[in-house]
Ligand binder design. Structure first.
Ligand SMILES: Nc1ncnc2c1ncn2[C@@H]1O[C@H](COP(=O)(O)OP(=O)(O)OP(=O)(O)O)[C@@H](O)[C@H]1O
Length: 261
């Protein structure tokens, strides 16, 4: 992929053309944008409980509802249950009590093809990026599309605008070890959204980043949210939460409390 002449503009976020098309269609057909763009619950937890086999009670009676297009911060101290909550949403862990639906999928006993289908509709970002070290930036992002059965032409079409969206088109042929932490996290965002998932889960996405890179990551997440992607972000970073006006809930000892609606 050809390098660009100028460095990416840190203040603007470019959107892939597929996402822009979705955005145009949404504008043409929908009412004025509100925080809750739809009345259909995107994520619904009712009195969910989770205890690990060793007896750790990670979640107790957690109820939460998000609609399509919502943005939610989940804060809370270490061990409060934040990662466990996200793991339940993408079916990595099972819950013991209550009910849980994500994008119309009932997570109770979801497995096999149904679980795979659900996961195709969720983008996930981790604190430690989880990039494949021996693959380039472009290959790391393309891997998702390849695994979903897209052909080479479609992968080539989707890749450049997605890398541009995170300001990394000039790093397409670099390996993760050649990138800064902030750049690696932006690769992982590109990987999470290249398949256009309606739901994006970010588990401490700024946990390893300095203030500048953290703001940049949050700016990209907000931009993705502004085009209708439901976004859930767990974070320890109180400053990041204070400087935004999105809803905030807090987990403490497995229980969920509303902080700001
Ligand atoms: N696989 C596991 N087996 C047993 N207990 C676990 C497991 N994963 C998490 N726990 C326990 O569940 C509780 C919640 O953990 P979780 O990782 O969800 O917290 P967290 O809020 O994400 O913490 P951190 O901010 O440190 O990542 C903790 O008491 C933890 O020890």
């Amino acid at each position: 992929m050809a390098p660009v002449k100028s460095p990416p503009d840190r203040r603007s976020v470019h959107l892939p053309s597929g996402i822009r098309a979705q955005q145009r269609a949404a504008k043409a057909t929908s009412k004025p944008a509100t925080k809750s763009a739809s009345t259909t619950p995107s994520v619904s937890l009712r009195q969910v409980g989770k205890t690990y086999p060793d007896g750790s009670q990670a979640l107790i009676d957690v109820s939460l509802e998000l609609r399509k297009g919502d943005f939610l911060f989940i804060t809370g101290p270490s061990g409060a249950g934040k990662s466990t909550l996200l793991k339940l949403l993408y079916g990595q862990e099972k819950f013991d009590s209550g009910s849980l639906t994500v994008g119309g999928f009932n997570l109770a006993n979801l497995r096999g093809n149904q679980l795979a289908l659900l996961r195709r509709r969720i983008g996930i970002i981790f604190q430690d990026y989880k990039l494949i070290p021996r693959r380039t930036v472009a290959e790391n992002v393309a891997f998702v599309l390849w695994a979903q059965g897209y052909n080479r032409k479609e992968i080539s079409r989707r890749l450049p605008p997605t890398l541009k969206m995170v300001g990394l088109q000039h790093k397409a042929d670099c390996f993760p070890s050649q990138l800064s932490g902030g750049e690696q996290q932006r690769v992982s965002i590109a990987r999470a959204v290249v398949g256009m998932p309606p739901l994006l889960l970010a588990d401490e996405p700024t946990g390893n980043l300095d203030a500048d890179n953290s703001r940049q990551v949050i700016r990209i997440l907000k931009k993705l949210n502004s085009i209708g992607i439901t976004v859930i972000v767990t974070t320890h970073d109180e400053h990041l939460v204070r400087t935004s006006n999105f809803p905030v809930v807090q987990l403490r000892d497995g229980r969920l409390y509303q902080v700001r609606s």
